[in-house]
Every structure is written in structure tokens, then in C-alpha cells.
Write a protein that binds this ligand. Sequence first.
Ligand code: GRF
Length: 210
Amino acid sequence: MSVTSSPARLVVLVSGAGTNLQALLDACADPSYGARVVAVGADRDDIEGLARAERAGVPTFVRKVSQFTSREDWDRAMADTVAAFDPDLVVSAGFMKLAGAEFLARFPGRYVNTHPALLPAFPGMHGAADALEHGVKVAGATLFVVDPGVDTGPIIAQRAVPVEPEDDVESLHERIKVAEREMLVEAVGRIAREGLVVTGRKVRYGSAGK
Ligand code: GRF
């Protein structure tokens, strides 16, 4: 994908605390970062992620699945709303819903998701808990281009963290999230400034032909 706006226009989707969103908002305060958050969307009300956006003066929207007669209608409404902000990149940052076919078709190669595990290990809703349960010694985070599967898309960036003997899910997830935020900020900035080329499963920063 190539970025047409300068700074690049980001729409960020959240479902919870929004610490990844906050890391992006903070990074975007520096003009040299090359991106700005033009909207924040959520699938639920009353979450800190939306409050963070409001404090930063960023427009927000909420589309709940329960407001629509079908999952497809919700998906189309999400796609329409996101598209209205004309994003160069859509970032799922702790957004706990799978995008459907319509959404993916509207933002091909432009929808990325951060996941709290070293994919392809431990996809799904409980990456950190599943890694801990499995007894791995190294955990981490992955940023990938969303495809129709569950956490199966081409990998953009990964960060590893150690699993400590005394870890519980909370302590491990918090350690992962520190690394995850750094990974997200670095990768989104590079995508904004350089673009992203996806060839099969291989991903590199840059633009086609360069
Ligand atoms: C992140 O670890 C994300 O990968 C996972 O949920 C967490 C969201 O954290 N899906 P936050 O809302 O950005 O603080």
C-alpha cells in the first residue's frame, strides 16, 4: 500500500483501555512521526479508549453489533463510517471484533491488527493466557495485515518478551503490552512514512518498485 496523505490518516479501532491508541496519539504529537489519528471507533460505549480519543480532541464513533439486524449490516456500517474518514491505514488496537468480508474488501492491505502473542502461536481472544498456559519461555506481540482468517495475516512486526516464573496472566500481558506499544508505534510510523509492500506472506516497508 502507498500512503497518499501527509501526515498519513489513521483510523484506530478500540474495545477497551486504549493504551495502544494512547501510544499512537502521543507519537502523532510529533510532526516528524508522519501520521495523525483522524478518528477512533469502537464496538461499545463507556470505554477508556474512547475517553482517550475525546481528551485528545479526536472524533469518535460507536457501532455496536446489537444495533444492527445482522453481522453483515454491522460490518458494512463500520466500513462506511471508517471510509468517511478517508484513512490511509486502519489500526485495530485491542478491537475485539473480527472484520467481515465487506470491511476487508474496502481497506485491502490497509487494515492492521496488533495481537498479544508471537503468531502463528496462540491466535484468538486469549493470546497471553494461552501462551502462559502452554508454558512458553518467550512471549510477545505481533502486528499483521488482517486477512479473512483469525490472526493469520502477513506479519509486519514482532516483539518478544520473557515469561517469568512468577507470572500470572495479568503480569505477562502487561509486559507484552509495553513491548506491543513500542512495536506498534515504530511500525505504524514506518508505514506512514515509507508505505508497506505485501508479497504473499512477506511484508516489507517501502513502496512497490522501490
Ligand atoms: C492488547 O494487548 C491487544 O493486543 C489485545 O488487547 C490489548 C488491548 O490493550 N487484543 P489496550 O486497549 O490497547 O490497552
